[in-house]
Design a protein around this ligand. Structure first.
Ligand code: ADP
Ligand code: GLC
Length: 486
């Protein structure tokens, strides 16, 4: 059986990316394709998206989508089948996908992503003669209104899946926006899209989708708790029978150390010595002139979720134990300043690059000895998976997807030869420093270190298993409806 589904998402690699969501949305169509699913991607028509579309065709015009003219433009880009919601008044702006150049959220985000959700539901209702998906798959709060428009709209809607990549972003808007969303009054209830007195786009999706997924089994459990459920734990617990934890995969062609053009020298598990050339390139680029010790890297949004304040506090100790640190990231201005100050305190020992740099992120994975990921919570995390595949040993907090994908180098795991990294439970400077010490000690034993690298590189984090899991979930939702209607 083959069928068509529509992925509704606000970023997709390589067209537009601010984080792991884009990587996942970009890889999903190819992951489910072998299982008979043709997955198209509906995405806002941001300038780089419109520019990337090859042979664009206008397949529908809305005269008035929340007060603006808009059209659906179908095309291909970097091997992806895309439908762009081209609405220049909403999306043709300088700045990021969610915020302006200064980092302030666009005030009309409810309208921008409400429009995206409504467009998805209209497509599912059949406004395009050439394409009618049998299922809608929404991602995060930006896609969250798609299942709601299906549920509260006319007719027999197709089933929907809501994937939570990060429950910490609720997509909350004040109650005044509700009338403009054009939903029936009964939608503005606790069993609908009402959330803390206003409208919650993620809550909307969680309430109305037929199934909920999140991006690792551990996070699927964690969001049931008050601590990590961020106010949505009630919905998650209530809908527990419909919640699935499906681990993200990685795109093994984009992230392949033996064919990565961003590296100074490619390598594989049999030629690990080649990594030295990449390490030299990092030493040069980050001015890490201090001799000898392992290079720890960071490739991250600089935020409190990622525990970057904890790393700032542990940085002096890291240098004192003989480690060096290369940081690539951007985010909270206070953290950016704090990392720059740490680099100034330790010339030759700490190097910092503030910004977003895809090629450099590959080089760091391909040449650093270890990657530090001290997240307070981490729905899945991709940088540890890239690290594992690149022989860049992760030192990470024991949470979410990090706990699911890294095997801690405790004595038993080392003896069994299965360890792949270092996990720590207390996200505090002390907790992190203790893990860094273990890593530095292991680095001193060549064979131990080599075994960590090789086991990580051998682990399979491709999309094979998860692609099948998503396809099976889709089928389980489509089949009953089909037979129900027959
Ligand atoms: P999140 O989505 O929460 O930021 P993930 O680990 O899932 O975390 O994904 C982060 C993605 O963004 C990875 O592909 C990582 O390599 C990339 N990334 C993060 N910061 C940077 C940066 N400063 N430069 C380049 N790539 C980055
Ligand atoms: C979110 C999460 C991250 C996850 C990514 C892709 O950004 O913070 O942990 O890997 O989504 O699912």
């Amino acid at each position: 059986m083959t069928f068509q589904a529509l992925s509704v998402v606000s970023e997709v690699y390589p067209l537009i990316k601010t984080g792991g969501l884009a990587d996942v949305a970009g890889a999903l169509p190819a992951a489910v394709a072998p299982h008979g699913v043709e997955l198209l991607t509906l995405i806002p028509g941001y300038p780089p998206v419109m520019k990337a579309l090859a042979q664009p065709r206008i397949v529908h015009r809305f005269n008035d989508l929340f007060g603006t003219e808009a059209s659906l433009v179908r095309g291909t880009a970097s091997g992806l089948e895309v439908i762009a919601l081209d609405a220049p008044s909403l999306f043709a702006r300088e700045g990021g996908p969610y915020s302006d150049a200064k980092g302030a959220d666009w005030p009309d985000n409810w309208r921008r992503f409400g429009a995206l959700g409504l467009a998805a539901a209209e497509i599912a209702r059949g406004i395009l003669a050439e394409y009618r998906p049998q299922l809608v798959h929404a991602h995060d709060w930006q896609g969250g209104m798609a299942p709601a428009y299906l549920r509260f709209g006319e007719g027999h809607p197709v089933p929907s899946v809501m994937t939570v990549h990060n429950i910490a972003f609720p997509g909350w808007f004040p109650p005044e926006v509700f009338p403009a969303l054009l939903l029936p009054p009964e939608a503005f209830t606790i069993a609908g899209i009402e959330y803390f007195g206003g409208v919650g786009f993620l809550k909307a999706g969680l309430q109305t989708a037929d199934a909920i997924t999140t991006v690792s089994p551990t996070y699927a459990q964690e969001i049931r708790s008050k601590e990590l459920g961020m106010g949505l734990e009630g919905v998650i617990v209530e809908r527990q029978d419909s919640v699935h934890g499906i681990l993200n995969g990685i795109d093994t062609s984009t992230w392949n150390p033996s064919a990565d053009t961003h590296l100074a020298v490619p390598y594989d598990a049999k030629a690990l010595a080649q990594r030295e050339h990449n390490k030299r390139a990092i030493e040069l680029g980050f001015r890490l002139t201090a001799q000898g010790g392992p290079i720890f890297c960071v490739v991250s949004r600089l935020t409190s979720q990622k525990g970057m304040d904890v790393l700032v506090e542990a940085a002096d100790a890291l240098v004192a134990m003989g480690g060096r640190l290369a940081v690539l990231g951007s985010g909270d201005p206070k953290l950016e300043t704090a990392f720059k100050a740490a680099a100034a305190r330790h010339p030759g020992g700490i190097g910092v690059r503030i910004g977003y740099d895809e090629p450099l992120s590959h080089l760091l994975q391909g040449g650093s000895d270890a990657i530090i990921i001290p997240s307070r919570f981490e729905p899945c995390g991709l940088t540890q998976l890239y690290g594992l595949r690149y022989g860049c040993v992760p030192v990470a907090a024991r949470t979410g997807g990090l706990a699911d994908t890294i095997i801690d180098a405790n004595e038993a795991a080392l003896a069994a030869g299965v360890a792949t990294g270092f996990l720590f439970s207390e996200v505090t400077p002390e907790g992190l420093i203790a893990a860094l010490k273990r890593a530095v000690a292991a680095y001193g034993h060549r064979e131990v270190w080599r075994s960590l690298q090789v086991h990580g590189m051998k682990a399979d984090f491709s999309w094979k298993r998860s692609g099948r899991a998503y396809a099976e979930l889709y089928k389980s939702l489509i089949m009953p409806r089909r037979s129900g209607r027959a």
